[in-house]
Design a protein around this ligand. Structure first.
Ligand code: S3P
Length: 435
C-alpha cells in the first residue's frame, strides 16, 4: 500500500490518539501473570500489541475481547504459563520480544521467540546477556544476539546491574525476570527511560521501589489483577502535534494523551523551538498522568538536543526531524545512536528520505544535523518503518508544492491503524492506493 498526501495549509480539529503502545503491551503481559481477571480498556489494536496477545494466547493465557479496545485477561499467576507448541511470533515488535524474553527466562519449559526480518536484525544481547547472568539459558544466532531465540526456563537469581544504554525494554525485561528471581534485583540506568512497567508493577502489588535512576524489585510476590484504562499515546499524537505546529493555519486539540514526564520530551523540545503548545487540563488515569493539549501554528527555530532528553523523545525523532527541516536555523540531535537499531536505521533512513523532499539533513554517528529550508513533494519510502511512514506523511502536508507518495505504507498498522482516517477527519487530503 502507498499513501498519497497533498500539501495543506491547515489541519483543524480534535484528536483522541490511539491507546499507548508501550502501556498496552505491559498491561496484557502483567495481567497474564496476575492472580485473577484483569480488565483493560483502550488497548491499542495495532499489529505490535496484537503480536503480544497472540504470544500470550500461545502460552495458554485466556484473553477475551468483548468490545473494540477492551480486554479481559484471565491471569492465573506467575507460574501458570504453558509450554507453547510452536514458535512465538513477535512480528515487528521489539517490546513483545524483549519483555517476553524476561518472562520466559523464568518458566519451567522450553520456548522459541522469533519475528519479522526487521526484528531478526535487532540486538537482543542487551537482554539475553543480563538474563544469562541471572541464570537464564538462551540461545540465538551470534551468541544470543539475534532472533530466533530459544529459551530453556531456569531458576533465576536476582541481579545488580547497570544498563549500558537507557532502555525501557531492557529494564522491563529484567524487572519481569526479577519477579521470578530469588532476592532483590537492582537496576541502574544511565538516563531515565519510560517507567510504565514500574508504575504498573507497583499497582499490581509487586515489591518495587524507584529512586531516581535506580529500580529495586524483590521477586516471588504474587501479582494482583488490574483494572487499566490506557491513556492516548504521545508517540502517536506527536505526528499530529508537529503537523499542527508547521502548517500555517492549523489548530489542534489532543484529548486524553499520556503526560508521563518520561514521554513528554517532544513537547519540551518543540516549545524550545518556539511552538505554541499549551496543556489545557491535567488529570490522572489510574497510574499514569494524562491531559488535553492545544497546539497552534507556530514559527520554529532550530535547537540543539542531546543527553537525558533523548530517551524521553526517542520515538519522536523522525517527526522532530520534519519540524527541524522547516525551522529557521540549525538543529543538532546528539546522543541518539540508539536510533540505528530501531525498526529501521532511523538515522540513515530519516536523512535519506527527507533529503528526497529537499531537506538539508545530514546523518551523524549519533544523531542528525538539520538546516531549516522548505520541502517539496516527492516519492519516498517507509523502509517498513511505521514511524518513518507517518513522519513522511507529515512532511508531505507541509510541502510547498507537489504531492508526496509514501511507498510501503502498510506498516502504519504496527502502531496506528487509524492514522489516515484521523488525518482526513482534520480536513487534509490523503488517500491510500494499492501498490
Ligand atoms: C519501548 C521502549 C523504547 C521505544 C520503543 C518502545 C517500550 O525502546 O523506542 O518504541 O515499550 O519499552 P528501548 O527501550 O529499546 O529504548
Amino acid at each position: 500500500m502507498r499513501i498519497v498526501v497533498q500539501p495543506s495549509r491547515s489541519l483543524q480539529g480534535e484528536l483522541r490518539p490511539p491507546g499507548d503502545k508501550s502501556i498496552s503491551h505491559r498491561a496484557a503481559i502483567i495481567a497474564a501473570l496476575a492472580e485473577g481477571t484483569s480488565t483493560i480498556n483502550g488497548f491499542l489494536e495495532g499489529a505490535d500489541c496484537l503480536s503480544t496477545l497472540a504470544c500470550l494466547r500461545s502460552l495458554g493465557v485466556k484473553i477475551r475481547a468483548p468490545e473494540a479496545g477492551q480486554l479481559e485477561v484471565a491471569g492465573q499467576g506467575l507460574f501458570s504459563l504453558q509450554e507453547p507448541e510452536t514458535v512465538l511470533d513477535a512480528g515487528n515488535s521489539g517490546t513483545t520480544m524483549r519483555l517476553l524474553l524476561g518472562v520466559l527466562a523464568g518458566q519451567k519449559f522450553y520456548s522459541v521467540l522469533s519475528g519479522d526480518a526487521s526484528l531478526r536484525r535487532r540486538p537482543m544481547g542487551r537482554v539475553s546477556n543480563p538474563l544469562k547472568a541471572m541464570g537464564a539459558r538462551i540461545w540465538g544466532r551470534r551468541g544470543g544476539e539475534l532472533a530466533p531465540l530459544s529459551i530453556l526456563g531456569s531458576k533465576l537469581q536476582a541481579i545488580n546491574y547497570s544498563l549500558p544504554v537507557a532502555s525501557a525494554q531492557v529494564k522491563s525485561a529484567l524487572l519481569l525476570a526479577g519477579l521470578y528471581a530469588a532476592g532483590e534485583t537492582v537496576l541502574r540506568e544511565p538516563w531515565q527511560s519510560r517507567d510504565h512497567s514500574e508504575r504498573m508493577l507497583r499497582a499490581a502489588g509487586a515489591a518495587i521501589q524507584v529512586e531516581g535512576q535506580v529500580t529495586r524489585l524483590r521477586g516471588g510476590k504474587p501479582l494482583k489483577p488490574l483494572n487499566v484504562v490506557i491513556p492516548g499515546d504521545m508517540s502517536a499524537a506527536a505526528f499530529f502535534i508537529v503537523a499542527a505546529v508547521i502548517l500555517p493555519c492549523a489548530e489542534l486539540i489532543v484529548r486524553q494523551v499520556n503526560l508521563n514526564p518520561t514521554r513528554t520530551g517532544i513537547l519540551e523540545v518543540l516549545r524550545a523551538m518556539g511552538a505554541l503548545i499549551e496543556v489545557i487540563s491535567r488529570g490522572k488515569n489510574g497510574m499514569e498522568p494524562v491531559g488535553d493539549i492545544r497546539v497552534c501554528a507556530s514559527k520554529l527555530r532550530g535547537v540543539e538536543i542531546g543527553g537525558s532528553i533523548i530517551p524521553r523523545l526517542i520515538d519522536e525523532v523522525p517527526v522532530l526531524a520534519v519540524a527541524a527541516a522547516l525551522a529557521e536555523g540549525e538543529t543538532v540531535i546528539r546522543d541518539a545512536a540508539e536510533l540505528k537499531v530501531k525498526e529501521s536505521d532511523r538515522i540513515s533512513m530519516v536523512a535519506r528520505e527527507l533529503a528526497k523532499m529537499g531537506a538539508q539533513i545530514k546523518p551523524a554517528p549519533d544523531g542528525l544535523l538539520i538546516n531549516g529550508s522548505t520541502l517539496r513533494g516527492a516519492v519516498v519510502d517507509s523502509h517498513g518503518d511505521h514511524r518513518l511512514a507517518m513522519a513522511l506523511a507529515v512532511a508531505g502536508l507541509a510541502a510547498v508544492e507537489g504531492e508526496t507518495v509514501i511507498r510501503g505504507a502498510e506498516c502504519l498498522a504496527v502502531s496506528y491503524p487509524n492514522f489516515i482516517n484521523d488525518l482526513r477527519s482534520m480536513g487534509v487530503e490523503v488517500r491510500e492506493e494499492i501498490e
